[in-house]
Design a protein around this ligand. Structure first.
Ligand SMILES: *[C@@H]1O[C@H](CO)[C@@H](O)[C@H](O)[C@H]1NC(C)=O
Length: 327
């Protein structure tokens, strides 16, 4: 009997551990238009807004992080206000509130090419039809523009009274630059904060800086987001984190390794039915505390890992010991 009890308790803890790592509940529209999600709550009425790539930056709303999520139109009507051949298909939103205004950063690019611009739209309500598209933030790259980085995946972070935009994908990795206002780049240099010098191609992107308890945490996606059928298992997206004392770095991982030299501590990687989690952000949920949210392939409903059928995932984050982990 004692052996049986021991086995049962072992089984119980194994189940608990794997259950804890599964995404939190989601109802309603959880499996369409969730690529590179951005999550924010409207302060006036508590409505949750979820933004995602494509369709003019799609908007979904819900009364809680668990849903039920409903489609609520798009940020942009027609083409983004930037001169680029792909201005009709903005990606990778990030939405932050500064003062009484919400700002939606979006990327216009050519997939796999360093030919990109980060634009921004603003709204006081976040409702579809109530956005003003200010066009380019001044963060762009391409022929004769910028450095050897890709200007996509923008994320605005406030550090004291200063604003910074982190961005970047592959090439020279993740960068940070000061902003003179929520809509315009400042005069400072672009600084590299994350670079994988070990894995070929430097596959880091989707940076999201989360200030917490006096530290700055940059969460990022490592590996391949897309065309997953052709990606070797293990090379797909996973979510990593680095930490610094200021928004601009220097960032190191949990083992102390510099994040511009290949450092990065894994927070979430493929497990069970969850595959290629990434495109993440962190949100302070009034009910759950800090939450890591992301898109992923749910192997149960998307066995062929089709790009257009990603699922919305979220987990509570603990910062015990000064490093984030999934609860
Ligand atoms: C596009 O952006 C420019 C510069 O940011 C701004 O002056 C203009 O009003 C914008 N146009 C539209 C249609 O929003």
């Amino acid at each position: 009997m004692r052996l049986l009890a021991l086995l049962l308790s072992l089984l119980h803890s194994v189940l608990l551990v794997s259950a804890a790592a599964n995404p939190g509940p989601c109802s309603g529209a959880c499996t369409s238009l969730v690529h590179d999600p951005a999550l924010i709550q409207r302060t006036s009425d508590g409505t949750y807004f979820r933004f995602a790539s494509h369709d003019g930056i799609s908007i979904h709303t819900a009364p809680s992080i668990s849903g039920p999520w409903k489609r609520a139109g798009s940020v942009l009507k027609g083409r983004a206000n930037v001169s680029h051949k792909n201005a009709g298909d903005p990606w990778a939103p990030d939405v932050q509130k500064v003062g009484d205004t919400y700002y939606c950063y979006y990327s216009v690019s050519t997939f796999g090419a360093k030919d990109s611009v980060i634009g921004v739209a603003s709204s006081k309500s976040m409702n579809a039809g109530d956005w003003t598209d200010h066009g380019s933030t001044g963060v762009s790259t391409g022929a004769n523009k910028g450095g050897n980085y890709n200007a996509i995946d923008g994320n605005l972070v406030a550090a004291g009274s200063k604003l910074f935009l982190t961005f970047g994908s592959f090439w020279d990795g993740l960068q940070v630059v000061d902003m003179s206002s929520p809509t315009k780049r400042g005069g400072g240099d672009v600084r590299n904060i994350v670079r994988d010098t070990v894995v070929k191609g430097n596959p880091v992107e989707g940076g999201y800086i989360f200030p917490h308890a006096g530290k700055y945490y940059v969460f990022f996606s490592h590996g391949s987001c897309c065309n997953l059928k052709n990606v070797k298992p293990g090379d797909e997206y996973k979510i990593k984190v680095c930490r610094a004392d200021s928004a601009t770095g220097t960032y190191v991982d949990k083992s102390g390794k510099s994040c511009t030299k290949g450092g990065g501590t894994v927070v979430l990687q493929s497990h069970g039915n969850v595959y290629a989690a990434g495109g993440q952000g962190v949100f302070n949920d009034p009910k759950h505390g800090p939450v890591l949210y992301y898109h992923y392939v749910d192997r149960k409903i998307n066995p062929n890992a089709e790009d257009g059928r990603k699922s919305f995932g979220w987990n509570k984050l603990s910062f015990e010991g000064g490093w984030p982990s999934i609860e």
